[in-house]
Design a protein around this ligand. Structure first.
Ligand SMILES: Cc1ncc(COP(=O)(O)O)c(C=O)c1O
Length: 365
């Protein structure tokens, strides 16, 4: 039977796809999130890269796959815009605001808000990941948060603060949440246990003024949130969260060191990046001639999953030679091997890095 498996809960979906393949079914995986997790599955299953929130894309992928059955797993839910969600979903017009090393640029935001006002448009909200931005890992300082709140009030545009990486800072120090600084009931704050405990639990939270929350609750049509996951979390977090997080961040920091070392060794100056203060991602600039959308295909074929820059930005010219690497899940060994594999593919496809800085390895082989 031709079966399509979809959904963001990669592990259970990947497990199901594997079993279906074993049973002799023809499997097509429909997702854009499984590259990392699908590993073995994608080798045998057909893989169609499509964002499940893109209704037209899903329909045309289904037409292509012609399934006799569809198996859907609950997908990760993302609301609004970030560098990571540049496309237009459900008719939403997303206006990208450039970032610098301190997060979203307030001069650029002010200009965009002024331009939109000139056109008679009041945006629904300003979406930001101020504390360890995804993918750039910047942390917005307190002064800039104050500026953001000022603009929010001045233009009557609420702030949507996505703080899901805020627990993952190496030194544990973070500026106050924008929600905590706000005095005008104009901020929606969201957090998640996906990054600190486990994405598969699908438990996150919203903190918002009642005027906003009451409207959101009225739209919540999923018959309630799962109680079991929350009970498990509560049981675990009460005695362990405070000690778990520093242990987790130490482990992440060590993996990041391995990744940066591997990239320096393999790419030399061809790969440029800042040393992130937290999170699970490294945002990398490769030479201008590298097209990371093409690199993504070639690297995947060689067993290395990368996130091409254009999937993370509204600015294609800026992001075309950039990529995001996640270092949370792979082992140190896999990170080193991945760095070497990626450099090899990149050299083959784009001629860079011209020579690996890994001189010892060359000399000894
Ligand atoms: C910025 C940002 N917000 C939200 C999410 C989704 O979190 P959750 O697993 O809680 O849906 C992600 C996941 O990658 C993310 O990067």
């Amino acid at each position: 039977m031709r079966v399509v498996v979809t959904g963001g809960a990669g592990y259970v979906g990947g497990f199901a796809a594997e079993r279906l393949l074993e049973l002799g079914h023809e499997v097509t995986v429909l997702d854009n999130l499984w590259r990392g997790n699908a590993g073995g599955v994608t080798k045998e299953a057909q893989f169609i890269n499509v964002d499940l929130r893109d209704a037209d894309g899903v329909l045309s992928a289904l037409r292509e796959a012609r399934p006799e059955a569809v198996m859907h797993f609950a997908a990760a839910t993302l609301v609004g815009e970030s560098m990571g969600h540049p496309r237009s979903y459900f008719g939403v017009n997303v206006v990208g605001i450039p970032l610098d090393d301190q997060g979203m640029r307030m001069d650029a935001l002010e200009k965009a808000l002024t331009d939109l006002r000139g056109k008679g448009v009041t945006p629904k909200y300003t979406y930001t990941i101020p504390t360890v931005q995804n993918p750039t890992a910047t942390i917005m300082p307190e002064a800039r948060r104050t500026e953001l709140l000022k603009l929010s009030q001045q233009y009557g545009v609420p702030v949507f603060e996505d703080d899901c990486y805020a627990d993952l800072i190496w030194d544990g120090k973070r500026p106050p949440a924008i929600y905590a600084m706000d005095k005008s009931a104009g901020v929606i704050h969201v957090g998640s246990f996906s990054k600190s405990i486990a994405p598969a639990l699908r438990v996150g939270f919203i903190v918002a003024p009642w005027a906003m929350m009451s409207r959101m609750l009225a739209l919540k049509t999923d018959a309630g949130s799962g109680a079991l996951e929350q009970m498990v979390l509560a049981e675990y977090c009460a005695p362990h969260f405070a000690t778990h997080v520093p242990k987790l961040t130490r482990g992440l920091r060590a993996k990041l060191d391995t990744l940066m070392e591997a990239l320096n060794e393999q790419f030399g100056t061809a790969a440029e990046f800042e040393d992130p203060k937290g999170g699970i991602f490294l945002w990398i600039k490769l030479p201008d001639n590298v097209d990371t959308l093409k690199l993504y295909q070639a690297a995947l074929a060689a067993g290395v999953a990368i996130n091409p820059g254009p999937e993370w930005s509204t600015d294609k010219a800026y992001s075309g030679s950039r990529l995001r690497l996640c270092f949370a899940s792979p082992s140190h060994e896999e990170i080193r091997a991945g760095g070497a594999g990626l450099a090899e593919v990149c050299r083959k496809e784009f001629g860079v890095p011209e020579r690996s800085a890994n001189v010892e390895k060359r000399a000894s082989t």
